[in-house]
Design a protein around this ligand. Structure first.
Ligand code: AOF
Ligand code: ZN
Length: 350
């Protein structure tokens, strides 16, 4: 199943609105074929794997799939039929498909055809891999990841005339990898006016350009901004005078399964206030700038209980994380959202 998971990860960020799925065929202790789902509309993982094997499947072979095989016709024919037809007699499944069209049915169909099915192998990892698809298929809303680079005192900007980056190079590369995995990147109009960001992906091979979404109240935005004039201009959407919840609903309808909110502080504040964040990724730079531009403006939480987050901390500054925070990581498991705090190795360049 580990090998099947590694296959699935090859498709992460490219399969939307479908999940990332991987499969391997094993005979004895050898993997004889592999496959992964590359893109919606193309072959599902198990079909690609069986095609790669290109021979009748021997009785003693086992097919490992990270997700329960689909059971009805969608953009492609049901995988259960392909597996039965290929002659597989043993299938191991990672996670159940939460898609109501398939959930549980794929496994029943295989068993009814006399196939031995073992399920739940590395189930947590296989489920986690598709956390964004799982939310979208069940609620119609995209999974929301908020990202921000901030100083220790929660500020978003550096002094005028200096590079605006608060975060270091590693963090920026990490952020590009994050962009490469999402269907859309969302910012507020103030960010467009102040920073003129491209919101493209640099330094990640084979990445797909996500949609770029701008929220604006006034509609006032520079036409020449990269978002409206570069070669991806057709992949920029503007929402005027719409609350974030309504924007997300519309994005979900368009088949956008996950969104990365990159700021600024007003949009982040709105996302936090309306409890729309599923995962928050904070890059902390070791500086204290002060000043008015705070990372999450807005009303703030009404109760401390609502402000709770399940934390995980990583990055090169991990050693500096205080004991209190480390204890919080261990005890506070029932957060309303997950926060990943990455400490930077950023240095102030003189
Ligand atoms: C699988 N293997 O590799 C994937 C599955 O429209 P379709 O035919 O592509 O079907 C999409 C649905 O199939 C999707 O919503 C999800 O429930 C499941 N994805 N299933 O057996 C795969 N990607
Ligand atoms: Zn399928």
């Amino acid at each position: 199943m580990r090998a099947a998971l590694a296959e699935a990860k090859k498709g992460l960020g490219r399969t939307s609105p479908n999940p990332a799925v991987g499969a391997v065929l094993v005979i004895g202790d050898r993997i004889v074929a592999r496959g992964h789902h590359r893109e919606a509309g193309r072959a599902h993982a198990e079909v690609e794997c069986l095609r790669n094997f290109d021979a009748p499947v021997p009785r003693h072979a086992t097919l490992y799939v990270t997700l329960e095989p689909c059971s009805t016709e969608g953009r492609t024919a049901p995988c259960t039929n392909a597996i039965i037809r290929a002659g597989a007699k043993s299938v191991v499944v990672g996670a159940r498909d939460v898609n109501p069209r398939h959930s549980g049915r794929g496994i029943i169909q295989l068993r009814n055809a006399g196939i031995t099915v073992q399920e739940g192998v590395l189930a947590d990892e296989c489920t986690q891999l598709n956390e964004t698809f799982n939310k979208w298929i069940l609620t119609g809303l995209p999974f929301v990841i908020a990202k921000c680079g901030m100083s220790l005192d929660g500020r978003l900007t550096r002094p005028d005339g200096e590079p605006r980056w608060i975060t270091g190079r590693d963090a920026r590369h990490d952020a590009h990898r994050l962009r490469a995995r999402v269907d859309a990147v969302l910012v507020g109009a103030e960010t467009v006016r102040a920073d003129n960001p491209r919101l493209t992906i640099r330094g990640v091979r084979g990445a797909r350009q996500p949609w770029r979404v701008v929220m604006t109240r006034s509609g006032r935005m520079p036409r020449r901004a990269h978002l409206f004039s570069d070669k991806f201009a057709g992949r920029t959407l503007i929402y005027r005078r719409k609350p974030l919840a309504a924007v997300l609903k519309d994005l979900g309808k368009r088949g956008i399964t996950n969104v990365l909110i990159e700021g600024g502080g007003e949009v982040l504040g709105q996302a936090l206030d309306s409890r729309l964040i599923d995962k928050l990724q904070i890059y902390l730079g070791p500086i204290v700038t002060g000043g008015p531009v705070i990372a999450f403006s807005g009303q703030g939480a009404a109760k401390t209980a609502e402000a709770r987050a399940t934390l995980s901390i990583s990055g090169s500054g991990k050693l500096f994380a205080s004991r209190a925070i480390q204890r919080l990581c261990r005890t506070n498991r029932r957060g309303s959202f997950r926060a990943i705090v990455l400490f930077n190795d950023w240095e102030v360049k003189q």
